[in-house]
Design a protein around this ligand. Structure first.
Ligand SMILES: C[S@@+](CC[C@H](N)C(=O)[O-])C[C@H]1O[C@@H](n2cnc3c(N)ncnc32)[C@H](O)[C@@H]1O
Length: 385
C-alpha cells in the first residue's frame, strides 16, 4: 500500500500496464466484429448519456444487452478500474489472511480487476469474491477479463450470482463493496420520483448489508464524483453514524458533513488527473466526444469498533487549488469543526490528509465563511493515518 495520507496516489506501473492489456483482454472476452466496431463510439456516447442524465430511462437489463455491455466494457470498465485502482492503492481495507469479499452490482468485475492491478500483495492470498449482478453476461465477461489480466490463471476464487441483490448473498464477508450501484437501486429511483430522500430506505439498505458482514466487516461504497451521488453517500453516512458505524475514510471526523451537496452548495468529491490512461481509451473518448482529462469520485469506507477521537488539526483536502477573493491561493478542507480554507502554497493535492497548526487569531474566507488555516511551511505536514 502506498502513503496512506494520499487518497489517490499516482497510478502504479502495474495499474498502467494492466490498463494497456485490458484492451486485448476485453477483445478476447467479447470480440467486436466490423459493423459493431464502427458503431462503438455512438454506443458509448448513448450509454454515457443514459448513465449520467437519463437514469430513469435505463432499462434494468441494460448490462445484458450486447451493445450496452460492449460499450460498458470498452469505456466505463477502464475508467472505473482507473478510479477504483487509484483509490484502492491507498485505502486501509484491513483484510484478514483469508478474505471474503461481496461485490453487489459487480458488473464486469470492475472492483476485482482494480484490486488485482492496484494491490499486488493480495494476489497470493486465498481471496474469495462473491459477485452479484442481475446481468450474468456482465459477470461472465468480467471473469474472463480478470483471468486474462491475471495471465490466464486466477488464484482467487470467484463465485458469480446472476440475480438481483437481496436476501442472503453467501456467507459473512469481510468487505462488502457496492460501486456505481446506488442510483440504480429501486429505492433510489422511487426517491427521484418523489424528489426527496428516503431515510428509511437508507436504514433498510444498511441493515441488509450489515447482515452480510462478518463481525469486523467493512463496507466500501464508491460512486462517481457528481453532486447527486455524493449527496446520496452523505445521507447514507448520516444513517450509518446513527447506527454506530464509524467512517474509516474519507472523513477525518464523525460530525455532520460540511459538504452535503444540497442545491447549489459544494459536494464531497475528489478529483485527479488521468496520467497513465492508455491511448486506446483516449481514442474511444475522442471519437465519442467524451472528456478524458480529469476523473473524480466520491466514496465511503465504513467500519465498526473503536476509533480515536477526531483530531481537529487533521484536515482532508477536498478541492483543487483556487484563487481567494482577498488574493493568494487556497483549497477547501474538511475538519471536525466544519469546512476550512487552507491557505498558502504547498504541494498538497485533492484528497490528501494534512496536519495544521491553528493560528492564535481566527480569520475567515469572505466568500464561504470558512476558517482560514495556513498550510505548514514547506508542504502539507503529512501525517500517518
Ligand atoms: C453502473 S454498473 C457498475 C458496475 C461495477 N460495479 C462498476 O463499478 O463498474 C451497475 C451494475 O449494477 C447492476 N445492478 C443494478 N441494480 C441491481 C440490483 N438490484 N441487483 C443486482 N445488480 C444490480 C447492473 O446490472 C450493473 O451491472
Amino acid at each position: 500500500m502506498s502513503d496512506p495520507t494520499i487518497l489517490l496516489p499516482s497510478p502504479s506501473s502495474d495499474l498502467v500496464a494492466g490498463l494497456v492489456r485490458l484492451e486485448q483482454a476485453i477483445d478476447r472476452a467479447r470480440p467486436l466484429r466490423g459493423k459493431h466496431r464502427a458503431t462503438l463510439p455512438r454506443e458509448v456516447a448513448t450509454l454515457s448519456e443514459m448513465l449520467t442524465y437519463e437514469r430513469d430511462s435505463l432499462p434494468p437489463d441494460y448490462m445484458s444487452r450486447p451493445a450496452h455491455l460492449s460499450a460498458y466494457l470498452r469505456w466505463f470498465l477502464p475508467w472505473n478500474i482507473y478510479r477504483q485502482g487509484r483509490l484502492l492503492a491507498g485505502l486501509p481495507l484491513d483484510l484478514p489472511a483469508e478474505p471474503r469479499l461481496l461485490d453487489v452490482g459487480a458488473g464486469p468485475l470492475t472492483f476485482a480487476c482494480a484490486l488485482w492491478l492496484a494491490r499486488p500483495e493480495l494476489r497470493d492470498r486465498p481471496l474469495q469474491i462473491l459477485a452479484v449482478d442481475r446481468s450474468e453476461a456482465a459477470l461472465k465477461a468480467g471473469r474472463q477479463v480478470l483471468t486474462e489480466l491475471a495471465g490466464g490463471k486466477l488464484p482467487w476464487r470467484i463465485e458469480l450470482q446472476g440475480r438481483a441483490a437481496g436476501g442472503r448473498m453467501g456467507p459473512p464477508c469481510d468487505l462488502l463493496v457496492a460501486a456505481n450501484l446506488l442510483n440504480e437501486l429501486g429505492g433510489e429511483r422511487a426517491s427521484r420520483r418523489r424528489r426527496g430522500p428516503d431515510q428509511q430506505g437508507d436504514e433498510r439498505l444498511l441493515e441488509a448489508w450489515q447482515k452480510q458482514l462478518a463481525p469486523d466487516g467493512r463496507i466500501l461504497l464508491v460512486e462517481r464524483g457528481v453532486r447527486t451521488a455524493a449527496a446520496r453517500l452523505v445521507r447514507l453516512r448520516a444513517a450509518a453514524l446513527e447506527h454506530d458505524w464509524q467512517v474509516v475514510a474519507p472523513c477525518p471526523h464523525g460530525e455532520a458533513c460540511p459538504l452535503p451537496g444540497k442545491r447549489s452548495g459544494s459536494w464531497c468529491h475528489f478529483a485527479c488527473d488521468t496520467a497513465g490512461m492508455p491511448a486506446w481509451v483516449e481514442r474511444i473518448g475522442r471519437s465519442a466526444q467524451l472528456p478524458t482529462e480529469r476523473v473524480s469520485l466520491s466514496f465511503l469506507l465504513l467500519g465498526r469498533g473503536e476509533t480515536a477521537a477526531a483530531d481537529p488539526d487533521v484536515v482532508r483536502v477536498v478541492s483543487d487549488n483556487f484563487a481567494l477573493d482577498g488574493g493568494g491561493r487556497g483549497r477547501y478542507g474538511c475538519t471536525a469543526d466544519g469546512l476550512v480554507v487552507l491557505t498558502g502554497r504547498g504541494p498538497v493535492v485533492s484528497g490528501e490528509l494534512v496536519r495544521v497548526k491553528r493560528p492564535d487569531r481566527t480569520t475567515r474566507d469572505p466568500r464561504s465563511g470558512a476558517m482560514l488555516l495556513p498550510l505548514p511551511v514547506g508542504g502539507g505536514g503529512r501525517r500517518r493515518r
